[in-house]
Ligand binder design. Structure first.
Ligand code: UDP
Length: 241
């Protein structure tokens, strides 16, 4: 399958049309941004890792019965996916307090939850992706009630599958962001699942005073070893194959 015209360029990916109106090609870049685009940089090799890792995750989740947009990996950076209409919600699942949750609610990072949480942000860069609830999403017509229910069920199912998967790699899945799309009326998991969109902490070594991040927090927080963290995650993923 060949790339036709570029349809879109985002912060970390480009999207191209194909001869098939139901399919597009996603091309992963090394560009990194944080804080709604205020911080910019390059993480060498990130595009390749995020492409391959996302595809591994999508395949694993399909096997668990979760429908995704994945079609076929073309090469190191490029993947054919179903052309979906993205639901303009960022769906965040958390197992342990970190990042914006810790700030907003005054809970130390590294506080484990009794049960996972879900939250939605309205995907809108101009507004800085504000937190919204189900009723806001319904009122704004961002998704139907059925779609919101499906998204919640799928997001928790993704969490169960991913938590288990990463525990075998000695990694704790702290939190992550998902996006969903509509494909011929069906809700499918879309976008990426990578160290850009998940918090991964080295298992068994963290508490509320310390943790070792193997994810984009190394870039966001200037912790150093950014490329090595992405490589380490990828190494464990491929060794576990
Ligand atoms: N996240 C993301 N894109 C965003 C915001 C968050 O992929 O625009 C991911 C982030 O990597 C983390 C989770 O969602 O794994 C929760 O992020 P949080 O709300 O704590 O925001 P942050 O502290 O990253 O600003």
């Amino acid at each position: 399958m060949e790339k036709k015209e570029q349809l879109y360029e985002g912060k970390a990916k480009k999207v191209y049309a194909t001869a098939d109106p139901d399919k597009v090609i996603v091309s992963y870049k090394d560009d990194a941004t944080a804080f709604n685009g205020l911080k910019k940089g390059t993480i060498v090799g990130k595009g390749v890792i995020n492409n391959k890792m996302t595809n591994m995750m999508m395949k694993m989740l399909e096997k668990k019965g979760i429908p995704t947009h994945f079609v076929e990996e073309l090469d190191d950076r490029d993947t054919v996916v179903k052309k979906v209409q993205i639901v303009p919600l960022e769906v965040i699942i958390r197992n342990v307090a970190a990042g914006s949750f810790s700030k907003r609610y005054g809970v130390p990072e590294g506080t484990a939850f009794k049960s996972p949480t879900i939250e939605f942000s309205y995907k809108n860069d101009d507004l800085g992706d504000p937190l919204i609830n189900d009723y806001h999403a319904l009122a704004l017509g961002l998704a139907t009630e059925d779609e919101i229910e499906t998204i919640k069920k799928m997001a928790f199912a993704v969490n169960d599958a991913m938590k288990q998967f990463f525990s075998h790699l000695n990694i704790d899945l702290i939190d992550f962001k998902l996006e969903f799309g509509r494909f011929h009326g069906q809700i499918v998991l879309a976008d990426e699942i990578s160290p850009d969109t998940c918090r991964f902490w080295e298992a068994g070594t963290w508490d509320t005073t310390h943790h070792t991040s193997l994810d984009k927090d190394r870039f966001r927080r200037d912790l150093g070893g950014v490329e090595d963290a992405y490589k380490e995650i990828f190494k464990r993923l491929t060794e576990g194959e």
